[in-house]
Design a protein around this ligand. Structure first.
Ligand code: AMP
Length: 219
């Protein structure tokens, strides 16, 4: 299974990818998580990426493409992968085609997560994350038992800099301008299908499985 997940921030690509990774044993590759890890470890890459990320802008293509060229060679990709947040521009998609060509691989499908802007703003501006273990909360839909403290590890629960409302709106604009053109890029290749991402993650997973022909309705 080799899939690309496309959609605006907050559409639930990451949540879905985590569930599919558990179920199908494929690698979940989130460029956002990889970059945040580099920022946390204060690597050269992290230092370069940080200012773009905090402003809700895209990190330059060459940086991302170099990072992905390494990542796709790692052994956990042998069983397949879910690309979450990559590619995000047409040059990144072209580079992915080249990388896969060299590896003799093709994509099975590109899944477009459709969701309205206001739903994204509500989801993301209320999102909180644990600084220690990365657990995700929401101030209205899933608050921690004790405000500001992680239920799982006791770590501090904070708002990501790029989840602040104004930054979320910038990220949506960046999505429209730079990432949305990928919809036509992949539609033209006959790889694209769309899911309604405003539904629960169970429903989104079920419709993806049906479309991929991997759904087992007979437990
Ligand atoms: P995400 O967690 O996927 O929303 O990514 C968080 C931030 O990381 C984005 O707002 C960008 O600044 C950066 N980022 C993640 N993936 C990419 C990518 N493929 N190309 C450029 N920037 C990226």
């Amino acid at each position: 299974m080799r899939l690309v997940l496309i959609g605006p921030p907050g559409a639930g690509k990451g949540t879905l990818a985590v569930r599919m990774k558990e179920k199908y044993g494929v690698a979940h590759i989130s460029t956002g998580d990889m970059l945040r890890d580099n920022v946390k470890r204060d690597t050269e890459l992290g230092k370069e990426a940080k200012r773009y990320m905090e402003a809700g802008k895209l990190v330059p293509d060459d940086v991302i493409i170099r990072m992905m060229a390494q990542r796709l060679k790692e052994p956990d990709c042998n069983e397949g992968f879910l690309l979450d947040g990559f590619p995000r521009t047409v040059p990144q998609a072209e580079a992915l085609d080249d990388l896969l060509d060299v590896m003799g691989l093709t994509l099975d499908a590109v899944i477009l997560f459709s969701i309205g802007d206001e739903e994204v703003v509500t989801r993301l501006s209320g999102r909180r994350v644990c600084k220690e273990c990365g657990a995700i909360y929401h101030i209205s839909f899933h608050p921690p038992l004790r405000e500001g403290t992680c239920d799982l590890c006791g770590g501090e629960v904070v708002q990501r800099e790029d989840d602040k409302e104004q930054v979320v709106r910038n990220r949506l604009e960046v999505y429209r301008q730079q990432t949305a053109p990928l919809v036509e890029f992949y539609r033209a290749k006959g790889l694209l299908f769309e899911v309604d991402a405003s539904r629960s993650s169970e429903e989104v997973l079920a419709s993806i499985e049906t479309r991929l022909g991997v759904r087992d309705d007979h437990p």
